[in-house]
Design a protein around this ligand. Structure first.
Ligand code: AQP
Length: 350
């Protein structure tokens, strides 16, 4: 991502519209929260936001049709539980707005396969596959469609998604130059926490890797997960000196533990005066406390399923209205307007 694309672009400061999505491929986790959700909540105060459960993206990885409906609802509950406000933001499910896949198909016309093959996420995810689903390769086109459909000026993205956003900008440029200016080139809004590592301390925290702590996990489950977190590998015995700078548990402390406690945690780690289990216990308690209110909101929503449905239906309705407007223009400029030719006396043969 060039510096320019973060600061300028057709979206411009005047375009306060934001789109962002999250896959219902598992429970929302600390990485999703620090890298995305936390920032979404802040952005909704002074932007026009569209936040989407992107269920059609989830089918590009392992998924079970039996589990998907509950996952979609759970992710929507997570959105609301951390503070997304349906009065301020449009919160909806991607498959409720068929224009996402329609636009994705049309954007195929201007997307070079070579660019898709260069995407790091595609290379990583397809590396050990015997047969690669086409959806995994085409994923960034659907992502571009998600954003461009709402003509969003900006997209809050984690480090891992910057490359896909740059491709979205390129697709917008190519489409505009061939069919006429319509799509803003969306800017990246960075400010998430960077790439949060999973409990293995190596790979990105990812739903599909099972190295996560769910943001709505109950306290015993939080402890069950955090207790397995890998710390500084050089620290074998309880009183071995540790290196907080290479310890993912310490990184998570910095996000969730009371800042006043951090200097002590750091020096006790370095001096080997606090054991790893104690240190993880403090972290588990901090995470528990941080999400207590969110858990209460989630429990309340689960007790009122009609309310969740109402929010998602209203969100889909608002999203569809926007999507239809964009697609009317896209179809017209791409020539899907045969009715206009009826009786016009014009035909391809004449
Ligand atoms: N570990 C992470 N650190 C920082 N940000 C993260 N995000 C995800 N994981 C981390 C951010 O969360 C947003 C939504 O991501 P997503 O669910 O659509 O897809 P993802 O990035 O592929 O998330 P996962 O958990 O890794 O899902 P799977 O395993 O299904 O692929 C994005 O803004 C992302 O940056």
């Amino acid at each position: 991502m060039s510096e320019k694309s973060e600061q300028t672009g057709d979206g411009g400061a005047a375009n306060r519209r934001i789109f962002s999505g999250m896959q219902p491929s598992g429970e929302a986790h600390l990485g999703n929260y620090l890298g995305a959700l936390r920032q979404w909540v802040k952005l909704q105060d002074d932007h026009e936001c569209f936040f989407c459960v992107v269920d059609q993206h989830a089918i590009t990885g392992d998924f079970s049709p039996d589990e998907l409906p509950a996952r979609i609802l759970d992710l929507a509950v997570s959105f609301l539980a951390v503070g997304l406000d349906p009065e301020e933001s449009t919160i909806f499910v991607q498959s409720d707005v068929p224009e996402h896949t329609e636009l994705a198909w049309l954007l195929n016309a201007v997307t070079p396969v070579g660019n898709l093959e260069r995407m790091t996420q595609y290379k990583d995810k397809s590396a050990n596959m015997e047969s690669i689903p086409a959806g995994l390769l085409n994923y960034p086109i659907l992502q571009a469609a998600d954003i461009l459909l709402y003509r969003a000026g900006a997209v809050p993205v984690g480090e891992d998604q910057l490359q896909h956003l740059e491709l979205t900008r390129e697709i917008a440029r190519k489409w505009n130059s061939r069919f006429g200016d319509l799509f803003p080139e969306p800017q990246a809004i960075r400010g998430g926490a960077g790439r949060i590592l999973g409990l293995d301390g190596k790979a990105k925290m990812s739903k599909s890797l099972g190295n996560t702590v769910g943001i709505l996990a109950e306290p015993p489950e939080i402890w069950d997960r955090v207790r397995t977190a890998v710390t500084d590998p050089q620290r074998v015995r309880r009183d071995d000196p540790g290196r907080p700078e290479v310890c993912n548990v310490f990184t998570l402390h910095k996000h969730f533990t009371d800042p006043e406690l951090i200097p002590d945690i750091e020096s006790q780690c370095r001096g080997g005066t606090r054991g790893g289990v104690d240190c993880k216990r403090i972290l588990a308690d901090s995470i528990d406390e941080h999400f207590q209110e969110a858990r209460e909101r989630a429990a309340d929503l689960h007790a009122r399923p009609g309310r969740i449905q109402e929010i998602l239906e209203a969100g889909a309705q608002r999203a569809r209205a926007e999507a239809r407007e964009t697609m009317n223009q896209v179809r017209e400029r791409m020539g899907m307007t045969w009715r206009a030719a009826v009786g016009s006396g014009r035909s391809a043969a004449t």
